[in-house]
Design a protein around this ligand. Structure first.
Ligand SMILES: NC(=O)C1=CN([C@@H]2O[C@H](COP(=O)(O)OP(=O)(O)OC[C@H]3O[C@@H](n4cnc5c(N)ncnc54)[C@H](O)[C@@H]3O)[C@@H](O)[C@H]2O)C=CC1
Ligand SMILES: O=C(O)C(=O)CO
Length: 316
């Protein structure tokens, strides 16, 4: 069995000590954290490398010893890993699809409901004022979601979960994805440009790659309604953050809900922290306990499949 496994940054998943990596394969070495200059030394002699959101660039992967036959990204997005180098080394790269789709969809819907009811603004007003003032002077926007249009970029696992809830809320659904498709039920497929023009909420649910990086920028923001909100639970660099901040500040769009940011953790000087029409969460979409337990059992399935010569969830 070629399943000698090293986990390089277990703490990213097991930050609360409730997650057990020890049974994912017959032999596992677990490191809580690994710095960039420790990677090569730590993967020596192992067949399988487990990482989460760690940058594995071309230079590092090309230095991997020949013992390493598989890298498993402990998550869905794998934009942190250089695909060219993986291919050049003949290493199998797999990910974990669909372990967190429901949990991430809850986060996207939470951000949308929160923005629709100005919850963040109300909490801030409560913090700043006593309750009497709060009651007397509170004027915040409350919009109804029924009848509004949700535009979803991407039509994968998470997008479909978000759409189920949005439909139950009475929203109209537009979707743009890589390939053109026929409408499915009430889901209307369109171009990204039309989606940006016609949506009240825009939810990003596609991978980050060279085609999608900065898909939200000054130009595309200008297409949107001035009442539109952008929700990003996918990857921060899908949005040019300074263009977004400017667009919200100048009323080009209404606001944003961002579970992911261009650079994580978000710099403490970022204006996003204090904007009333922006809600930020620190990439918590996937962080439920049940979600993380499911992640570990799916990693175990990836390893078992690989060790009997039938790898699953293969990216490259
Ligand atoms: N916030 C969080 O904690 C989490 C974030 N994610 C992120 O969410 C992303 C989506 O996850 P899933 O729905 O599970 O992935 P998925 O692979 O099931 O779906 C991705 C969808 O995006 C579409 N797509 C690809 N390129 C596109 C483009 N240029 N324009 C429009 N659509 C495009 C694909 O055709 C597919 O429909 C992941 O790549 C990951 O980056 C995933 C899990 C947790
Ligand atoms: O699984 C993913 O892609 C996430 O973003 C969580 O790490």
């Amino acid at each position: 069995m070629n399943d000698r496994t090293v986990v390089l940054n277990a703490k990213t998943v097991n930050y609360d000590g409730k997650i057990d990596y020890s049974k994912i394969s017959s032999e596992v070495k677990i490191y809580s954290e690994t710095s960039e200059d420790q990677i090569i030394e730590r993967v020596q002699g192992f067949n399988i490398v487990i990482t989460k959101e760690m940058k594995l660039d071309k230079e590092i992967i090309l230095k991997f010893p020949d013992s390493v036959r598989m890298i498993c990204e402990a998550g869905t997005g794998y934009n942190n890993i250089n695909l060219e180098a993986v291919q050049e080394k003949g290493i199998i790269l797999c990910n974990v699809p669909d372990y967190s789709s429901k949990r991430v969809s809850h986060t996207a819907i939470m951000l949308m409901l929160n923005l629709a009811s100005s919850v963040q603004k109300q909490i801030r007003m409560l913090e700043r004022n006593n309750y009497d003032n709060f009651r007397k002077h509170l004027i915040v926007d409350h919009i109804e979601l029924n009848g509004k249009t949700l535009g979803v970029v991407g039509y994968g696992h998470i997008a479909k979960e978000i759409i189920k809830v949005a439909e139950a809320l009475g929203m109209k659904i537009l979707v743009s994805t890589r390939t053109s498709r026929k409408d499915e039920g009430k889901v209307h497929f369109t171009t990204t440009e039309e989606l940006f023009k016609n949506s009240d909420f825009i939810s990003l649910n596609c991978p980050l790659n060279s085609k999608t990086r900065h898909m939200i920028n000054q130009e595309t923001l200008a297409l949107m309604k001035n009442t539109a909100f952008v929700i990003n639970t996918a990857r921060g660099p899908l949005i040019n953050e300074s263009d977004l901040i400017q667009a919200i500040d100048s009323g080009i769009i209404a606001g944003a809900g961002l579970d992911v940011q261009e650079v994580e953790p978000l710099d403490e000087t970022s204006p996003l922290y204090t904007m009333d029409k922006v809600i930020i969460t620190p990439h918590i979409g996937w962080k439920g306990l049940e979600t993380r337990q499911r992640l570990i059992s799916l990693i175990k399935e990836n390893i078992s499949a690989f060790s009997v010569g039938k790898p699953i969830n293969v990216i490259r």
